[in-house]
Design a protein around this ligand. Structure first.
Ligand code: PEP
Ligand code: MG
Length: 585
């Protein structure tokens, strides 16, 4: 077998969806759930022979195991079928594979990485051949890679949390459960083959200020572990093995980006008020308590959305009332007297946990999701509500139900909440009897009965990520149709308008907590539609404040009135751009 030489590190550039702004420069780390990854580590040169022996031993062990498996299968599935393992053995016994791995070990690479790099090269070569048989062999290579690596490491799985040195993660997609492991400051940036701008993992990367470019299509197959990568999350560009001039240019841009972000943070104590004196609330979306520093540092006036489901996704246990209470109380205490809106569980859709994973559904986003899960797992729901109500003793907590589609769901949720309050009262707990209750408006059906829903709650929060997905019928995860996920679709803007009108008629406030709320162009319209609050990833608050402080409500209202007459998103964007130019944005 011919393996490409180590010197063929080619320069290349890719485009994708700019998902989380900022610039990162670092080594590529291929994280492929469907395949396997290994981090680059060096060994002292005096350990080379030892490392080669370690590799050889692992390979011999895997060959022995596969042969045993093959012999065992012969009796069960027949001699013919058991030959499926022959290519595995051939590859492991191929002298070119051993030689290439040894060469890398001799250059001071650890055995795991050397073998990983070798197998990636074979996969790359196979991918170029348009032959089904060869393509199937890629699965065999991944399988032997996995087996040899497991043997070398004495482990049985690999996750993002194992990363030791800062890297740029290149992955087919990032699941919310992987994203939950992103806390480590070892991840410089993400580049993914798939995913949408409002995928939950994308939202998390923004929350954690990790630059990300998604939907790059061929990133994992074409970028190799250890490649030098620049990720420009603002423009959606990825540069692989760039020349020194490009590296220097982006180092400069990275510095500029950080300075600009820092200078905006200086606005933190100023109110978000338009030039003609209209004040809008700027709140933060959070998923974990470790984002509280960012909430304060960016001058959020409260938490407009606490996505509580990550506690249930992250671990395989169901958090108990005490765990939840402590977590909610910590947030309430950190923000007091500013408000904290705790959204009840929004599992399902792309947020799969051990609680919902037993149900495989053809259309998870149209399935057992959010309030539907809570209402059918009543005990689980009651535990969460008890924790929320108990944490309300500081009088700054509000509760919010996600994905309400009809009045019956809301009534049932309100009944359970009343039951929980009655129980806690009889148990002698101190809590806020007037704790505010709100719902998310995420479905066109809820918009159309907003006049009825508004009479039963204290506030609305429009989840545009879902409202767009459900009104335009575009799966928010599907990169193939990502360009149809259109916040500026006049249909979406009219749904927002109907919601605001109904809420204000009932005397309750409306927030937007979807990703649209941090888009400067959208801000102009949302302001004109008389939204009361915008809730977003904390680090986006300062730039939104700057925009609000440079526009007038009068202009925004006139613009919104014209936009509500538009027939297409293009027309809407044209009008917004005209306005943005006038204020030099
Ligand atoms: C939304 O749908 O806009 C929202 C904020 O909720 P999530 O993104 O968690 O579905
Ligand atoms: Mg939602």
């Amino acid at each position: 077998m011919e393996i490409e030489s180590e010197e063929t590190k080619s320069q290349s550039e890719y485009s994708g969806i700019p998902a989380s702004p900022g610039i990162a420069i670092g080594q590529a780390f291929i994280y492929d759930n469907t395949n396997f990854w290994i981090e680059e580590k060096n060994i002292p040169l005096e350990r080379v022979e030892e490392e080669k022996a370690r590799f050889k031993k692992a390979v011999d062990k895997v060959i022995k195991d596969i042969k045993a498996l093959r012999d065992n299968l012969k009796t069960r599935i027949g001699k013919e079928n058991a030959t499926i393992f022959d290519p595995h053995i051939m590859l492991l016994e191929d002298p070119a594979v051993t030689e290439e791995t040894f060469e890398l070990i001799e250059k001071g690479k650890c055995a795991e990485f050397a073998f990983f790099r070798t197998t990636r090269k074979i996969i790359k070569a196979y991918k170029r051949v348009d032959d089904e048989y060869m393509k199937e062999r890629m699965t065999d290579i991944n399988d032997i890679l996995r087996r040899v690596t497991i043997n070398l490491l004495g482990m049985d799985s690999a996750t993002l949390s194992n990363i030791e040195t800062p890297v740029v993660v290149i992955a087919p997609n990032i699941a919310p459960s992987d994203a939950a492991l992103m806390h480590s400051n070892k991840i410089l940036a993400f580049v993914t083959d798939f995913g949408g701008r409002t995928s939950h993992a994308t939202i998390l990367s923004r929350a954690m200020d990790i630059p990300a470019v998604i939907s790059v299509k061929t990133a994992t197959s074409e970028i190799s572990p250890g490649d030098m990568v620049i990720v420009d999350g603002t423009r959606g560009r990825v540069y692989v093995n760039p020349d020194q001039e490009t590296i220097d240019r982006f180092k400069g841009e990275k510095k500029q980006f950080e300075i600009a972000r820092q200078s905006l943070v200086e606005l933190k104590d100023l109110p978000a008020v338009t030039t003609d004196g209209y004040r809008i609330g700027l709140h933060a979306n959070v998923e974990y308590t470790d984002e509280l520093n960012a909430v304060h540092a960016n001058g959020a006036e409260g938490i407009g959305l606490y996505r509580t489901e990550f506690h249930y996704i992250e671990s395989n246990k169901i958090p108990d009332e005490e765990d939840l209470y402590n977590d909610y109380f910590e947030i309430a205490q950190s923000l007091t007297p500013d408000p904290v809106i705790i959204r009840t569980l929004d599992l399902g859709g792309d947020k799969i946990s051990h609680i919902t994973s037993s149900e495989t559904e053809a259309n998870p986003f149209l399935g057992w999701r959010a309030i539907r899960v809570s209402l059918s797992l009543r005990d689980l729901f009651k535990v969460q509500l008890r924790a929320i109500v108990r944490a309300s003793s500081l009088k700054n907590i509000a509760v919010m139900f996600p994905l309400i589609s009809c009045i019956d769901e809301l009534n049932e949720a309100l009944d359970i909440l009343a039951e929980v309050k009655a129980e806690l009262k009889s148990e002698g707990y101190d809590f806020d009897p007037d704790m505010r209750v709100g719902i998310m408006i995420e479905l066109p059906s809820a918009v159309m009965i907003a006049d009825h829903l508004s009479s039963k709650v204290d506030f609305f929060s429009i989840g545009t990520n879902d409202l767009i997905q459900y009104s335009v019928a575009v799966d928010r995860e599907n990169d193939r149709i990502a360009d149809l996920f259109e916040p500026f679709h006049p249909g979406v803007l009219r749904l927002i308008n109907i919601t605001v009108k109904a809420a204000h008629k009932a005397g309750i406030p409306v927030a937007i907590c979807g990703e649209m709320s941090s888009d400067p162009a959208a801000a102009l319209i949302l302001l004109g539609l008389e939204i009361d609050e915008l809730s977003m990833v904390p680090s986006f608050i300062p730039s939104m404040k700057q925009i609000i402080r440079s526009i007038s409500m009068d202009t925004a209202k006139k613009l919104a009135a014209r936009i509500l007459q538009c027939a297409s998103a293009e027309e809407v964007k044209g009008l917004i751009n005209e306005e943005l130019k006038k204020i030099n944005m």
